[in-house]
Design a binder for this molecule. Structure first.
Ligand SMILES: [Zn+2]
Length: 473
């Protein structure tokens, strides 16, 4: 059974869906006013692994990740560049989709705020009619926090002095901690018509509206980075509970820890971001994904060259193990007899499956799960490669595929077709030819083969008695 940490209860709980086998997940996506950075990558990869693991366990998952395409930061960037807000938005949505694609993240629905303005207006109207919101003289609408009794419950901020919101609207709000649902347009700002005049939605309302539109009035899991707990998720929670009368509105709150650089949170406001587009010039997206999974999603993850190096070596090892298994599957004869040793290996492979699932069930302990995958590669090189038997090789390959369904880092190698098989064999052949030259002490030719392979993106790694290769395109 999967156990998940719930920010609301601050404990690890057994996961029980509202309507099994369905699981509805809403994860807060980006505000598209700049390039995606490694912190975004961490949050979205963590949510993706949660989604993948639930799907793997047989749940019918619907996963929604929104795009905030109108916001103060977008308007500011557009003004700074002298272009329209939607020029900025198109540019960075492209960047966001590109990152998801490269990181092998698949989202069912990417709702955008500006295509849901009517739904947002209706939602706010209902909050006003129920007495939870009020219209200020400017035409802005605010949530009346004092009228809802459970404010602060999610973040644990129970004292009014801790309820800081945007300072900008202090003069017209009834209480400093009331937050904007609708912001009246200032001159020159983009706007939409509403019953309260020209304006645009506040930030928090969009997630309540778009999640309920696609997932209903109650959600199984709602997530985001830890920095979203307050005020964003606190505000989303009260306005949704107030409108729908459902408590809890969200059953499990899932929050991903900070990505740090020199022990500080990586964020635009601190100016210490490493952009995704830049990092993937030097390393494969799969390696970044693996590195992200090498830490538990709730702990801080420190960005370091050393960490990425370790992930890179691990990735090469995984690729090499997959290629070895695929080769063995073709080479090894069907079997009619297993030795006691073979049976032991077969059992040990099954045990790894159990360990992997135990780790993932334990609040998605991916570092532990990755170490189980490492153990499988050890078995491939130590037990199967020198003395392969078909049953164990097939079992190990199937298990590697299962692990990959959850971790999502080896698709390219696992799902390659027959031509790729031939290519693998040809590379193996070249590696053997090079080995012959080395044995004959013809180092000039052996180095030449190595360099030519390198130019094609095939990297050789020499070990004591053999060479392994990995494709690094
Ligand atoms: Zn949100």
């Amino acid at each position: 059974m999967l156990r998940l940490y719930n920010t609301l209860s601050k404990t690890v709980e057994v996961f029980k869906p509202l309507n099994p086998p369905q699981v509805k997940i809403y994860f807060c996506g980006p505000t598209v006013y700049d390039h995606m950075h490694v912190g975004h990558a961490r949050a979205y990869v963590s949510a993706d692994v949660l989604k993948r693991y639930l799907m793997f366990k047989g749940y019918d998952v619907l996963f929604v990740q929104n795009i905030t395409d109108i916001d103060d930061k977008i308007i500011k960037k557009a003004n700074d560049e002298g272009v329209s807000w939607d020029t900025i938005v198109s540019r960075y949505i492209e960047d966001y989709y590109d990152m998801l694609n490269k990181l092998n993240i698949k989202v069912h629905i990417h709702p955008r705020v500006t295509t849901h303005i009517n739904e947002i207006i209706s939602f706010i109207e209902e909050l006003i009619s129920k007495g939870y919101a009020y219209v200020a003289p400017s035409g802005s609408v605010y949530f009346n926090v004092d009228n809802y009794p459970y404010y602060g419950e999610l973040s644990g901020k129970l004292d009014r002095s801790e309820w800081g919101q945007e300072e900008e609207f202090l003069s017209e709000k009834r209480k400093p901690y009331d937050f904007a649902l609708w912001k009246s347009a200032k001159p020159g700002e983009p706007y939409w018509e509403s019953p309260w005049g020209k304006g645009r939605p506040g930030w928090h309302i969009e997630c309540s509206v778009m999640s309920s539109k696609y997932l209903g009035a109650q959600i199984d899991i709602h997530g985001g980075g830890q920095d979203l707990i307050f005020p964003h998720h606190e505000n989303e929670k009260v306005q949704s509970e107030a409108k729908f009368g459902t408590r809890p509105w969200v059953n499990y709150w899932f929050h991903v820890g900070y990505l740090t650089i020199r022990k500080e949170k990586m964020s635009k406001s601190l100016g210490n971001v490493v952009f995704f587009k830049d990092i993937v010039k030097g390393i494969r997206p799969e390696v970044l994904r693996l590195w992200i999974l090498s830490a538990h999603y709730r702990t801080p993850l420190e960005f370091s060259e050393e960490g990425l190096d370790i992930a890179n070596k691990m990735y090469s090892r995984l690729v090499s193990a997959v290629n070895t298994l695929k080769r063995l599957l073709l080479e090894v004869e069907p079997i009619n007899y297993l030795t006691d040793e073979d049976i032991k290996i077969l059992r040990n492979i099954s045990l790894l499956r159990e360990h992997f699932h135990n780790a993932m069930d334990d609040d998605l302990n991916t570092p532990k799960a990755v170490s189980v995958v490492y153990e499988l590669t050890t078995m491939v090189f130590r037990d199967l490669e020198p003395k392969p038997n078909y049953a164990s090789v097939l079992k190990a390959f199937t298990l590697m595929k299962e692990f990959n369904e959850v971790l999502g880092i080896l698709d390219q190698h696992i799902y390659s077709g027959p031509t790729d098989e031939l290519i693998n064999k040809l590379i193996d052949l070249l590696v053997k030819v090079r080995q012959r030259h080395r044995e004959l002490k013809d180092y000039e030719t052996s180095d030449w083969i190595r360099n030519e392979l390198m130019k094609l993106g095939v990297k050789l790694m020499d070990f004591k008695d053999k060479s392994r290769w990995v494709i690094e395109l």
